[in-house]
Write a protein that binds this ligand. Structure first.
Ligand SMILES: *[C@@H]1O[C@H](CO)[C@@H](O)[C@H](O)[C@H]1NC(C)=O
Ligand SMILES: *[C@@H]1O[C@H](CO)[C@@H](O)[C@H](O)[C@H]1NC(C)=O
Ligand SMILES: *[C@@H]1O[C@H](CO)[C@@H](O)[C@H](O)[C@H]1NC(C)=O
Ligand SMILES: *[C@@H]1O[C@H](CO)[C@@H](O)[C@H](O)[C@H]1NC(C)=O
Ligand SMILES: *[C@@H]1O[C@H](CO)[C@@H](O)[C@H](O)[C@H]1NC(C)=O
Ligand SMILES: *[C@@H]1O[C@H](CO)[C@@H](O)[C@H](O)[C@H]1NC(C)=O
Ligand SMILES: *[C@@H]1O[C@H](CO)[C@@H](O)[C@H](O)[C@H]1NC(C)=O
Length: 586
């Protein structure tokens, strides 16, 4: 979980403290500046208050108010999807964390329940943080989660449903043998030992879980074994460890079959040809490695090891962290969920009274190249589609803007196929861009004409384009292949100051022999813009707070600013209805 107080939260703390206590002279100077910066802008005539329900998302997961972060213990059990989440019942900044709990039958509409886990025992009295659910033999669910104990050491605890006949599994009980796992062992940092994975069964028939840790100053997914899921023994080697970083949060471990979008249940027999994926959260994003789970050594062996972690593949190249996946036995697929934070200031969050959403649940599987994960919004989200507009056979020349009208541009689902008419003019690819793709997205932005691209979508735009968010592609020629850059550029997303507005970006490979179109799907949900490029090869989640969203309508365009024309064989867009997200109490 992300439990570290962020610098901005600390700043806010100082602001609050300095109001009450006049003795804090030295701290005040720094604070006075910050307060000034924050409190001046609402007086600007152009910028309306951020405290508007119009910024609340209509179909992304969030509680009615307050702070949320990591998704926890997602599972499907007896006809019901469960979503737990790190939740502050008392405010819109991180703190007082409990496990919020919601249930659903379709992953889109959610009923809110009472918190499932709260700080009540010595081994979680200082925190009940992230963890995972496992369905044990005999169809019995269990959750192992991280607690901070009386000495603020991180330990692993277990809870079981009080009554498995309760369809919603409202109450969870903590057996007396908690904590199950303590941070014992040489080189193990007891303050960096958290976020246990879902369990799986190894070739010896024993259960395993992995726990994120700092071991001897390096990152590790520590491996534990158990016969009964309660009595755990640490294995003398890690599932995987790396000296490229010092700690991983929220490890996730799962099996996939290359080119097959069915999911695999990690605790069932894993078919031949399956690969394994280790996901870890670090550097404010979720990265992953594809490899094999070597049964002999009981370790994960990545197919490729890159020493420079800037080059590691990411689940999402935007605002997306602490994701967790689960096997959906109802539909035979693997689903992944991630947390997306606010990118306004923490004072804004206090004023709004809420902070944080979860990305749309995505089906996740491995491409037939065995290298790249593919992700796509679960098809249930399509049940929210209402008015549809559809265009065929468009052609976008350099400088063209195609106005997409007839739908609600604040709540929309857009699918566009871009067909390249010529690839000859593609500019050469420079591998050094991979080290800082955001920098390249800033330098080669939507107004910089390239050979092939930029082309894409402009969303949440004001009439005069003073505010707009652009999601676009550029195609580059590499040695034998083509590389597609996808950017989500937030730098003009809002006139509001004090926002975090990067130009997110990533690259994916493009095989000209097999494909001539590059697809883009974007889910627009008020302050969320969630994009899927190349059929789900590259995802970028973003948060934006345009002023025009409050003051009036917004516009949406398809565009091309590259010198070569691109065709749009198909463009479809839908208005999206509001989902019932935690508005009902169960
Ligand atoms: C929320 O605040 C109330 C009142 O201060 C307190 O009693 C309660 O324990 C807090 N809840 C949590 C989870 O910290
Ligand atoms: C367990 O839940 C079922 C279904 O809601 C209910 O009928 C039963 O009374 C519950 N048992 C206990 C001991 O609460
Ligand atoms: C826990 O498991 C270990 C290793 O299998 C075993 O030696 C030990 O006796 C077990 N402890 C209990 C209380 O069952
Ligand atoms: C870090 O790990 C790599 C293997 O992944 C190894 O080659 C290298 O020697 C290690 N470096 C240090 C400083 O331990
Ligand atoms: C995909 O995997 C599922 C589950 O293992 C299997 O039933 C199915 O036959 C596979 N499909 C293909 C096309 O291989
Ligand atoms: C949350 O938002 C801030 C910007 O306000 C950003 O710097 C940070 O990386 C984000 N993500 C996480 C996981 O905190
Ligand atoms: C296309 O390029 C022109 C000129 O460089 C720029 O003014 C315009 O804003 C660009 N279009 C988009 C959608 O960024």
């Amino acid at each position: 979980m992300a439990l570290v107080l962020r610098p901005w939260a600390f700043l806010l703390f100082l602001v609050l403290v300095s109001y009450d206590e006049s003795g804090l002279q030295s701290r005040r100077n720094g604070v006075a500046q910050a307060t000034q910066r924050v409190f001046l802008y609402p007086q600007s005539p152009k910028v309306s208050s951020i405290v508007s329900t119009k910024y609340r998302t209509a179909y992304h997961f969030q509680p009615p108010k307050n702070w949320i972060n990591d998704p926890n213990g997602p599972m499907y059990y007896n006809g019901i999807y469960h979503q737990f989440y790190q939740y502050n019942p008392n405010g819109s900044l991180w703190g007082n964390i409990v496990w919020g709990h919601s249930v659903s039958t379709d992953l889109i509409n959610w009923i809110r329940l009472e918190p499932a886990i709260e700080r009540t025992i010595p081994s979680d009295i200082n925190g009940c943080w992230t963890g995972s659910a496992t369905i044990l033999k005999g169809n019995r669910p269990a959750i192992i989660y991280t607690g901070a104990d009386t000495e603020k050491r991180q330990v692993q605890n277990i809870v079981f449903p009080k009554n498995v006949s309760d369809p919603y599994l409202r109450e969870w009980i903590k057996p007396d043998n908690n904590p199950l796992i303590q941070p014992i062992g040489q080189g193990l940092n007891s303050g960096q030992f958290r976020d246990p994975t879902t369990g799986w069964i190894g070739p010896d028939g024993l259960w395993r879980i992995a726990v994120g840790a700092e071991l001897n100053g390096y990152s590790a997914a520590l491996l534990y074994k158990s016969e009964d899921f309660v009595n755990w023994t640490r294995v003398d080697h890690s599932l995987y460890s790396s000296n490229a970083s010092t700690m991983w949060e929220c490890p996730d471990f799962f099996a996939v079959l290359p080119g097959n979008n069915s999911g695999l249940d990690l605790s069932a027999a894993i078919p031949n040809g399956a690969k394994h994926v280790l996901k870890m959260s670090l550097d404010n994003c979720d990265k992953y490695m594809v490899g094999v789970y070597d049964l002999k050594s009981d370790t994960f062996v990545p197919d490729t090891i890159l020493d420079d972690r800037r080059l590691w593949s990411r689940i999402d190249y935007g605002n997306y962290y602490a994701s967790k996946s689960f096997f959906d036995s109802k539909r035979g697929r693997r689903i992944i969920w991630g947390w997306t934070n606010e990118t306004d200031s923490s004072l804004d969050d206090v004023a709004k009274g809420w902070a944080g959403i979860h990305a749309i649940p995505r089906t996740i599987w491995l491409d037939s190249n065995s290298k790249q994960l593919l992700q796509w919004p679960v098809e249930e989200v399509e049940s929210l589609r209402s008015e549809e507009v559809s265009h065929q056979g468009l052609e976008l020349k350099q400088g063209d803007l195609f106005d997409i009208k007839g739908i609600d541009t604040l709540q929309a689902d857009v699918e566009i196929d871009f067909e390249l008419t010529s690839i000859d003019s593609a500019d050469p690819f420079d591998p050094s861009w991979l080290l800082d793709i955001e920098k390249h997205c800033r330098e080669a932005d939507a107004s910089v004409h390239g050979g092939v691209g930029p082309f894409g979508l402009v969303v949440l735009a004001s009439d005069n384009m003073e505010e707009h968010t652009s999601v676009h592609f550029r195609v580059y020629k590499s040695q034998e292949k083509y590389m597609v850059l996808m950017c989500s550029d937030l730098r003009k997303s809002s006139l509001r100051p004090e926002l975090y507005t990067p130009a997110y970006g990533g690259f994916f490979e493009f095989d000209l022999e097999k494909e001539s179109t590059i697809s883009l799907r974007t889910l627009i949900d008020r302050s969320a813009v969630e994009s899927f490029g190349g059929g789900g090869r590259l995802c970028i989640m973003a948060r934006v707070y345009p002023v025009t969203l409050i003051n009036g309508g917004t516009r949406m365009y398809a565009f091309n600013n590259g010198t070569s024309t691109v065709k749009v064989p198909q463009l479809k867009a839908w208005s999206m209805r509001r989902a019932q997200v935690n508005v009902k109490k169960g």
